[in-house]
Design a protein around this ligand. Sequence first.
Ligand SMILES: [Zn+2]
Length: 190
Amino acid sequence: MKIDENVQKLIEGNKRFAASKPIHPNQTTERRVEVSKGQKPFAVILGCSDSRIPPEIIFDQGLGDLFIIRVAGNIVDDIALGSIEYAVDHLGVQLVVVLGHGKCGAVSATVQGGEAHGHINCIVKAIAPAVEKAKKQSGDLIDNSIKANVELVVDQIVSSKPILSELVKEAKLKIAGAYYNIENGVVELI
Ligand SMILES: [Zn+2]
């Protein structure tokens, strides 16, 4: 199935990156000219704004490959959902990956608690349910919160009406959760 091939493409690209053997595909002048006529990305990545997690680098992809939404804590709001809907509905993307990562500052701040200044508080509020969920689990609270946050965001996308939930039901769209290990560079599906 095409969706599984695209998951595999990401996993293989990440393996190259983590093994320090990137091939930097689709970064030539020819590719730039080709995609200037139109884009056909094969995956949406909803990742964290963290400067250490650039999707094209960690998945070893190039121009026109990934449709990326980055926001601190890899969370969704209506604007992010609209961006995903655009990629799915207009560009034909069938795979969305929610990518959390180790040592996420947004999740760590939420675990620490207290009032965050300004608009940062909106991010903390959005992540808080994941921390509550993780408090019931054994193990490292921050790491469990990062993974719980990915799972909750996947659920939000899966149940997003009217476009995404329908496509997921029809098996035309897959929403996957993933975790990036910031030390060894390896992405694992969760
Ligand atoms: Zn982060």
